[in-house]
Write a protein that binds this ligand. Structure first.
Ligand SMILES: [Zn+2]
Length: 273
């Protein structure tokens, strides 16, 4: 299970949180992010979970889900940071444009809209690559207010707006009203200013949040190169050890993840005040 494997990268969470904080103030205000009722916080929901390495070292478990307040925030900040890095390295990525759905052909449901957007964007990429050999780009998906999914892109060269718009409509997307050149130092902000509330974590499962041409690598999770095996263990408060009355420490199963998510915290343990 990926989430368990990914969890091992979080042993340095305290350290990275400070970096995130400064990036955060540069880019956006998260003051009202807690509003979303559908989200949880794995620091609370899975607080009885712990990762343990073969040599006995332990680390906090982080679920790395975009539904998780704490993890979505961290992953988003990592993405912002990585985009900053990318654009510093590739200053030619400074043509900014937005791809939208054509309201007349777009499917009804939000989930279908995202799927359709992905599909049509793939078709557009094929057309663009035919015309512009080796085109480099990076994109971020946005939910849009009241369900209006769209993609923001930075591309590495000028494509005439008219031409782009014709291509876009031909593949079933909306017209492209604007392709603008942005200052290299502002380019990351153009893309990431849309990573505001709801832009990344309300998406249907499986919808990718960001991506790039094959020559560009983006990393959100930032592995720390740790190759040790980690076990995910939990304190099971439903099974108290006979003598000590302590919760039983055992391996976590996928149903534990589901149950605790539903329960909003460790099963068998009273919620904290
Ligand atoms: Zn989490």
């Amino acid at each position: 299970m990926t989430s368990l494997v990914d969890g091992k990268n979080n042993s340095r969470d305290g350290e990275s949180r400070q970096t995130e904080q400064s990036t955060l103030t540069d880019h956006l205000d998260l003051a009202d992010d807690q509003d979303d009722g559908d989200r949880y916080d794995c620091r609370e929901t899975y607080r009885n979970f712990e990762l343990e390495a073969e040599d006995g070292e332990t680390a906090d478990f982080r679920c790395n889900s975009w539904d998780c307040y704490c993890c979505a925030h961290r992953m988003r900040m990592n993405l912002v940071e990585d985009l900053d890095r990318l654009i510093a390295e590739r200053p030619e990525l400074r043509r900014f444009l937005t791809l939208t759905l054509n309201p007349e052909t777009a499917p009804e449901s939000q989930e279908d809209q995202h799927r359709y957007l992905t599909e049509r964007f793939n078709a557009l990429r094929t057309e663009l690559n035919d015309e512009y050999d080796g085109l480099s780009y990076v994109w971020v998906r946005e939910e849009g207010d009241g369900g209006n999914p769209h993609l923001h892109l930075l591309v590495d060269r000028y494509v005439p707006q008219q031409k782009l718009s014709v291509m876009s409509k031909r593949v079933g997307l909306g017209e492209v009203v604007d392709i603008r050149r942005v200052e290299a130092r502002n380019a990351a902000k153009y893309l990431t200013k849309y990573l505001t509330k709801g832009s990344l974590w309300n998406l249907p499962k499986g919808a990718r949040r960001y991506g790039s041409s094959a020559d560009i690598e983006l990393s959100v999770r930032g592995g720390d190169g740790d190759s040790r095996e980690w076990d995910l263990l939990m304190d099971d408060y439903e099974i108290l050890a006979p003598e000590s009355d302590e919760p039983l420490r055992r391996g976590v199963t996928s149903s534990d993840l589901v149950r605790q998510r539903e329960n909003g915290g460790p099963v068998g343990l009273d919620p904290p005040d």
